[in-house]
Design a protein around this ligand. Structure first.
Ligand SMILES: [Zn+2]
Length: 317
């Protein structure tokens, strides 16, 4: 029988699980809303139920174990969730030990953005490259780095928190508690917040017309309908991202930068201005680094987590 991995992606809103083969193919997939307010035990029970359901559907396979990815900061060297800002009850929580106990299978634990970077590296936009910077832009900004053909993990396995590069001194308050972080300017909520303020300043715009909700999809839709304010807002967002990507290019000299997360759904809309800004701000020798859209989309973390599990536990017979 073929060996398969189960991957679990623990997010602040959705909890997803999948059965995946060693070629990165998703064979089965389930998703529930995370009980983010109910405490760690309730969430562990949800994970356990999802894994059980997937195992029930997998009579044709041998399950190697479970690759779990979760938001950080996560000390993956010790298997401890230091805090998960979007889910209650995970402060200094021994996540790896608890998962091993309740799943009774081998478990690999990884930071979600690092897992997504691995997924894109092994099976997605970064296939064949040795140096990749993966950036996810959604409710926050996260990242993962592949350098010299290896996953960059750093102290406590926490490398790649690129959303918290400080880009403005004493700037906007970030979700992390610090001020002026890249995330506090470039994330989806920051983008939408800017749009709300500007739409309320009496600018001529479709945004917020008839009390319509001003969120990221609304801004992109208005920009596509040639709304001048929305076009300006999209250009500004792309400039913020382009500046961030410039710093990342200078730091890591990747073969390519891969953009994922919710805002990557509008990659085509953002990329002209991202590239323009990236090239205007970076040193000449870095200007030709490609910036590509994630290929695996919302599955990059799941596929990366499964790949890490195969790497650690699969010994082909
Ligand atoms: Zn921050």
């Amino acid at each position: 029988v073929e060996a398969h991995a189960i991957a679990v992606d623990l997010g602040g809103t959705g909890l997803r699980a999948a059965r995946i083969d060693r070629f990165g193919n998703i064979l089965d997939r389930l998703e529930v809303a995370t009980k983010a307010q109910a405490g760690a035990d309730a969430v562990l029970e949800q994970i356990s139920e999802l894994v059980d359901s997937i195992i029930k559907n997998a009579s044709d396979a041998r399950i190697l174990g479970v690759g779990v990815c979760a938001p950080g900061p996560l000390d993956t060297k010790r298997g401890i969730a230091l805090s998960i800002p979007t889910i209650n009850g995970f402060d200094n929580y021994p996540l790896l030990a608890k998962l091993q106990e309740c799943l009774a299978l081998p478990v690999v634990l990884e930071n979600d953005a690092i897992a997504a970077a691995v997924g894109e590296w092994k099976f997605g936009a970064g296939l064949g490259s040795e140096n990749i910077v993966y950036v996810t832009v959604s409710t926050g900004i996260g990242g993962g780095i592949i350098a010299d053909g290896k996953v960059l993990r750093g102290r406590q396995g926490m490398a790649g928190h690129i959303g918290h590069m400080i880009v403005v001194p004493d700037g906007e308050l970030c979700n992390c508690g610090c001020r002026g972080c890249f995330e506090a300017y470039g994330s989806g909520p920051a983008f939408a917040a800017r749009a709300k303020i500007r739409a309320n300043q009496g600018n001529q715009t479709l945004l917020g017309k008839n009390n319509a909700k001003i969120d990221c999809p609304a801004i992109f839709a208005a920009a596509k309908a040639k709304d001048p304010l929305a076009i300006e807002l999209v250009r500004e967002e792309a400039e913020i991202l382009g500046r961030g990507f410039t710093s990342l290019a200078h730091l890591f000299s990747p073969d390519l930068i891969v953009m994922g997360g919710g805002l990557a759904n509008e990659f085509d809309c953002l990329i002209p201005a991202i590239l323009k800004n990236f090239r205007a701000n970076s040193m000449k020798a870095f200007q030709n680094i490609p910036i590509r859209c994630s290929i695996l989309g919302g599955s990059s973390g799941l596929i990366g987590a499964s790949s890490l599990l195969f790497e650690q536990f699969h010994t082909p017979k």
